[in-house]
Design a protein around this ligand. Structure first.
Ligand SMILES: O=C(O)CCC(=O)C(=O)O
Ligand SMILES: [Fe+2]
Length: 214
């Protein structure tokens, strides 16, 4: 898989985004020191689904029903569908020296990733639990994390081959800045609870630098 990604990595789109931890733009209805107004920087290169060859191992894995059922079983048995978005359904996040993914909550309840290549240093998947629930946000604790307090930060031991199923909607997480020569490759495999789901053209433009329909 790494060799296959190496073959298309030069065509990856450089995505640079400023967002608050909720992946929104700063909300000026909140006071200036509020977490909803704290900008996080995300800078990485993205390889989209339609840039991955039809016979590539990563694509065959994502398109296999065995994997779909496996993830469905882990998540409690509710029917899942591969995302219909021609770019977002399967991606490889490419992070070189200095790239990082700022603190955020995902839009999806659960995200599935597979690490393919690990950098020499940094590029660690870190999270802080219990900052958000169904009807509440702990803005005070969130503000501390955004201000640099690392006392509650947990780091997951992820290695090449690790598949991570992560409840990213409720758990604040980030990828720390990558250091060294070796590029970090992490693939994101998107599943939805209904068929036919695509991202908006705005989100496609931001992450892939173009739009496409299914
Ligand atoms: O690269 C990773 O390990 C996680 C990426 C992530 O949080 C995301 O794509 O939302
Ligand atoms: Fe995320």
């Amino acid at each position: 898989m790494v060799e296959e990604v190496d073959g298309v990595v030069d065509d990856a789109f450089n995505c640079r985004d400023l967002h608050n931890p909720y992946l929104e733009e700063s909300d000026d209805s909140f006071p200036s020191d509020h977490p909803r107004r704290q900008a996080q920087v995300t800078s990485l290169d993205v390889i989209a689904y339609d840039q991955i060859g039809p016979d590539d191992a990563l694509r065959r894995l994502y398109e296999s029903d065995a994997l779909l059922r496996f993830i469905q079983d882990i998540l409690g048995g509710n029917r899942l569908y591969r995302m219909a978005d021609p770019m977002a359904a399967l991606t490889v996040n490419v992070m070189k020296e200095g790239h990082n993914h700022g603190w955020h909550f995902d839009e999806s309840l659960v995200t599935t990733t597979i690490m393919l290549q690990k950098p020499e240093e940094g590029g660690e998947f870190q999270y802080v639990a219990d900052l958000r629930g169904e009807a509440w946000d702990d803005y005070e604790a969130l503000g501390k994390v955004l201000a640099g307090d690392e006392s509650q930060v947990m780091t997951l031991g992820v290695a090449p081959g690790t598949m991570l199923l992560f409840a990213g909607y409720y758990q604040l997480h980030r990828v720390s800045p990558v250091k060294g020569e070796t590029t970090r490759y992490v693939s994101t495999l998107c599943y939805k609870d209904r068929p036919g789901v695509c991202n908006s053209p705005e989100v496609q433009q931001l992450f892939y630098g173009r739009t496409a329909t299914a």
